[in-house]
Design a protein around this ligand. Structure first.
Ligand SMILES: [Zn+2]
Ligand SMILES: [Zn+2]
Length: 299
């Protein structure tokens, strides 16, 4: 067993005076010594954090003792150290930024839920459509086989993208999935408002699917993108796993994500080791030139 753990969790539940709760929770997390990112809104909580086994045990026990979070589900992973450098506990208007024009309550408006084993069965039917509920760059590192890649850079682009690109699938059975499940709570609610009748979300997301002994992560190709220092995470534990990520420069298979070395660009791109040396971490010649020009200007 490793010394550290990473926790992933969310719950949509009405939190009275969420702003005060966020301030209180920040102090509690500081005192406990965990690191990570926790968002608190009047509609609920969404967080991922890292800490020692003792710290994370304590966190889970304290949350389960809270009247609002007694049934909060934690996804737990072992880790060699902290997966985050800092601690953020923030009050936000929405747990996932969507700015949809109608009020949505995922507890009543969302789609059906499939367990990992059920989801795997549905994946093997040829009359279902599988839609990735994440951004394009997450899909590029790994995704369920035959899933549709949404051409979006942020979650709030989804409603517009759906109207443009999914119209012809309105009467089909559609499966959605995301990292831990929270984005699908909102995505399936939006889809139902937009007239998609038969929509199901993967309960607990890709992370839960990868841990389920019944699925062994089968039919997930590549690795799962995660928003912490690990960047990626293995899901498929069968011998069928493949690398689907390809180098932005040369097209060779790679799972190495880097940020462009030019601070004004910072484009996150998949880059093989050879190209990382060759292009010195820049995503383009323009960025390399721009950076050396601005360095010269500073001098
Ligand atoms: Zn390359
Ligand atoms: Zn760049």
């Amino acid at each position: 067993m490793k010394d550290y753990r990473v926790l992933l969790f969310y719950k949509y539940v009405a939190i009275p005076d969420a702003e005060a709760f966020a301030a209180e929770h920040l102090q509690y997390c500081k005192d406990l010594g965990v690191k990570g990112r926790i968002l608190i809104a009047s509609e609920g909580i969404n967080g991922t954090l890292s800490g020692t086994v003792e710290q994370t045990e304590r966190y889970m026990a304290d949350m389960h003792g809270h009247p609002l979070f007694g049934d909060l589900l934690f996804k737990v992973d072992e880790s060699d150290g902290h997966a985050f450098k800092k601690l953020f506990v923030r009050h936000k208007k929405e747990l996932v930024t969507l700015r949809y024009d109608q009020k949505l309550d995922p507890n009543t408006d969302g789609g059906g839920r499939l367990s990992p084993a059920e989801f795997q069965q549905y994946l093997q039917r040829d009359d279902v459509i599988v839609l990735d509920g994440r951004s394009g760059y997450e899909y590029d590192l790994g995704h369920f086989r035959n899933a549709i890649r949404p051409d979006v850079d942020s979650f709030r682009e989804f409603p517009g993208w759906l109207r443009e690109n999914m119209k012809e699938h309105k009467d089909k059975t559609i499966l959605t999935y995301c990292t831990g499940g929270i984005r699908c709570e909102m995505l399936t609610a939006v889809m139902r408002k937009e007239g998609f009748e038969d929509v199901y979300q993967l309960d607990g997301g890709i992370v839960t699917y990868g841990k389920d002994p019944a699925t062994q992560g089968r039919l997930f190709d590549g690795s799962c993108y995660v928003f912490d220092e690990r960047i990626s995470f293995p899901i498929n534990h069968t011998d069928e796993n493949v690398v689907v990520g390809t180098c932005y420069h040369c097209g060779q298979p790679t799972e190495n994500y880097i940020n462009c070395a030019d601070d004004t660009c910072h484009r996150q791109h998949l880059c093989c080791d050879a190209c990382q040396d060759k292009y010195e971490g820049y995503c383009s010649e323009e960025c390399r030139e721009h950076d050396s020009a601005s360095a010269a200007a500073v001098r």
